[in-house]
Design a protein around this ligand. Sequence first.
Ligand SMILES: [Zn+2]
Length: 444
Amino acid sequence: MKAGPPQYRASPDAFEAAPRRHKMAGENALTRQELATELDTGYEGQGQDWERRSHSLISPADVGQANRGRILQALFDLGPTSRAELARNAGVNRATITGIVQPLIEEGVLVEGEPLPAGGLGGKPARPLEFSPHAPRVVGVKLMPGAVRSALVSWTGEVVAKHRRHFSPDLRIAAPAFDAIEACISRTLAAATQPPLGIGVAVGGMVDTDRGSIVAVNLAPILSGLPLGPMLEDRFGLPVCLDHHPRAMLLGDRWFGVGRGVKSFAAIFTGEVLGGALLLDGHLYRGPHGAGGELGHTFVQIDGDVCRCGRRGCWETIATLGWLRREARTARLPDPDTIDSGRLVALVEQGVAGAARVFDRYARNLATGIANLQQTVAPNLYVVHGDVVVGGEPMRSAIERHVRDLVPAHPGGQPQIVLGDPEDHATLRGAAGLVLSQQLQFLL
Ligand SMILES: [Zn+2]
């Protein structure tokens, strides 16, 4: 059972690890068999946990923490904001806001920005509150098959102290992979001038979010079953949040990108694999133990090609780089083995024979899964990351056109496709966003 919400206190001595959510590695570590057994029986426990959370009241001792989280969340949504505006938004008086933000200023989490021009009634110009560049940072980690990246992420989304390590995805034991992950994070931590708030890990594979463990990684089976969250908590003594890569990516957009202040949207990642995540009415839906969001393995073709997951006809089989390389080969496009969306768009623009047809089919294949999502939950806004970003505006507009062709018009609005950040910082920011969301008790 999970511990209660961790307490966040920003005084210098307050960065001892928050209550640990997971079993520790070492003597008490779960064996894979025990982990599998717990997974089988875990859902019932989660149901009880949900009932307790949804029916319980906030105790007077926790109200301050909860309200502090609401104000910080408002600053993520609204950007720099005056006390008066925060008070209007929160439906309380200015003195209440001052009571919450003053300690945050003294603790170095918030600073007062340049004064805004005074309003028509005169009076003292308001100074908006914003996040301090010196607030304790968060470690964001992106773990993909064969590679790990880590960085320090500030509350304004700045990504520094970036490091990368590689390991063989074909390893027979997990220890060298964990060593690479540990070494990468250690180098990032060495650059921190004060203890970070925690470590967020985005995993390119199936995860159990309740236990902080990896369930399965098709392209690096050695990671399957690894209780990485508890192992990292044990090693670094910091709170660790672990989640599915596309869900972390969505949080990167939610707290730091085009999803700021947006109630419903989807984040889609394409490349060697395909994944996605949904924010619906402000809620990041995970499913039991984080089982939801395996969008790459939703079915788009009955009896279609065999997928890496062993099933047939998954969306991933027709909308990833593997499909693009195969089709480029068949169409005799130049250098098909290294093709990506960027080069495909260039070939179309050069008028290379066959390129336009491959491009259009690739865009339509990507649009097919998005259209299914639109028909199911209609988030309207889709932030696409990964390979399609290098295809730029031609790729974005082609996908959007196909999605709009595939779904009927509705007064709820038209689906809109936007490109993620070209530097691909969304995952590292989102991994940090996992920690911020949990430690600050954001409503999500
Ligand atoms: Zn599949």
